[in-house]
Design a protein around this ligand. Structure first.
Ligand code: DOR
Ligand code: ZN
Length: 418
């Protein structure tokens, strides 16, 4: 398959250059006169980026296919510009053994939309009590381990997990939440939760656990990756730890740099997410961390839920935002167009860094073509994900994915329906 992407602005590490890109069976080649193209994409006015890798997605299969499945989730991924996703293990059963890892790998291959890298659990059934067989999970294809959705509450289990993971050379991704401090809260503790009459979650619930895991990783000289950070305090802890040389990396999500807890005043349960939307001060601190390199990657934490999980009182609603199809336009609007970062840095956050952190080689056949100037009105009805749970419905932002190419094959093209 030969593809020509012509007239686009190609985003490289060092800058943006107007040039044609020619792909032959997934390899970049020089366009020579002799090549017959199976497909020509006119990318005039568009940016040609390296394919995005989302390190934090919930595909819900096996067990919660009514919320999402591998096919619908990967279709949402390519529509969002992602040529690869890592899927979290909070499925039913939990992805805590090699058989489930292999099932996900096989099913994703069969579906054949984008790359899917399973993440195994740190503890059996994510109960925080007994460690999983890390080597077995890794051998079966798990690229990292996490109990995401649940914290590893016991400091001793976390310490053991870090030690074993270091020996097995596999990354731990930590969902940081002290459940005692969170105390059953449903929104960020502060002004908005108070006037809404909702129970608050202190930022310290997140920060205390991050501090614990940074200290453990430092003590053990082990690697740790902190999931979905949302507060100014978390940013300060990680910034200071990195300065000391701790092997810590971290991620944040579009909703933490695009929105604040003011949105909860609508009582729309699409605004309920864990960690919760925070204050404007936190939002600005997250952007600062993205600018100065404290934040390594942007992930969606795509957490699709069914209406039945969300169409209930705020206190009872499931946590999570369906994020794959809004990540690019939010990042483009609130980070690039706002002038906080350049598009090269966005590419680093969405492609280079997640690959480097996981030790997965970038593939030159993975390409995402984006239209950064297109004004769009987010419409949840247009989502291909089964999860329509977004607080961004109706928002007017900039940026649209024009095409996603995976291993040299066009898997999504705007305006073309199958
Ligand atoms: O909001 C969230 N939803 N946060 C999590 O940590 C888990 C996720 C889910 O699985 O729905
Ligand atoms: Zn998650």
């Amino acid at each position: 398959m030969n593809i020509l992407i012509k007239n686009g602005f190609v985003v490289g590490d060092g800058g943006v250059k107007k040039e044609d890109v020619c792909l032959s069976d997934g390899k970049r080649v020089k366009a020579t006169a002799g090549i017959a193209f199976d497909k020509v994409i006119d990318a005039a006015g568009l940016y040609v980026m390296k394919g995005f890798l989302d390190m934090h997605v919930h595909l819900r299969e096996p067990g919660f296919e009514y919320k999402e499945d591998i096919e619908s989730g990967t279709r949402a991924a390519v529509k969002g510009g992602f040529s690869g996703v890592c899927c979290m293990p909070n499925t039913k059963p939990v992805c805590d053994n090699p058989a489930i890892v292999r099932f996900i790998v096989e099913k994703a291959k069969e579906v054949g939309v984008c790359k899917v890298y399973p993440i195994g659990a740190i503890t059996k059934e994510q109960k925080g009590e007994e460690l999983t067989e890390m080597y077995g999970l890794k051998r079966a294809g798990a690229v990292a381990l996490s109990d995401d959705g649940q914290p590893v509450g016991s400091g001793n289990i976390m310490r053991l997990a870090l030690e074993y993971a270091k020996t097995a050379d596999i990354l731990l991704i930590c969902h940081e939440e002290d459940k005692e401090i969170a105390a059953g809260g449903v929104a960020n503790e502060g002004y908005h939760a108070t006037i809404a009459g909702l129970r608050g979650i202190s930022p310290v619930a997140e920060e205390a656990m991050i501090a614990r895991d940074i200290l453990l990783a430092e003590h053990l000289d082990a690697r740790v990756h902190i999931a979905h950070i949302s507060t100014r305090g978390s940013m300060e802890l990680i910034r200071a730890a990195k300065k000391r040389g701790v092997k810590v990396t971290c991620e944040t999500c579009p909703h933490y740099f695009s929105a604040t807890d003011e949105l909860i005043l609508s009582f729309d349960t699409a605004t309920k997410v864990n960690p919760p939307l925070r204050t404007e001060e936190d939002r600005l601190a997250i952007i600062e961390g993205i600018k100065d390199g404290t934040v390594d990657i942007i992930v969606t934490d795509h957490a699709p839920h069914h209406t039945t999980d969300k169409f209930v009182e705020y206190n009872y609603a499931a946590n999570g935002i369906s994020g794959l199809e809004t990540a690019f336009c939010l990042a483009n609007t609130y980070l690039v167009r706002s002038g906080a970062i350049k598009i090269e840095r966005l590419q680093e956050l969405l492609c280079k860094n997640p690959h480097a952190i996981l030790g997965i080689e970038e593939n030159e056949g993975d390409i995402t073509i984006v239209d950064i100037n297109k004004k769009v009105k987010i419409d949840k009805k247009s989502f291909v994900s089964k999860g329509k749970n977004t607080p961004f419905d109706g928002w007017e932002v900039y940026g649209e994915v024009a095409a996603t190419i995976v291993d040299g094959v066009v898997k999504y093209e705007r305006g073309v329906s199958e």
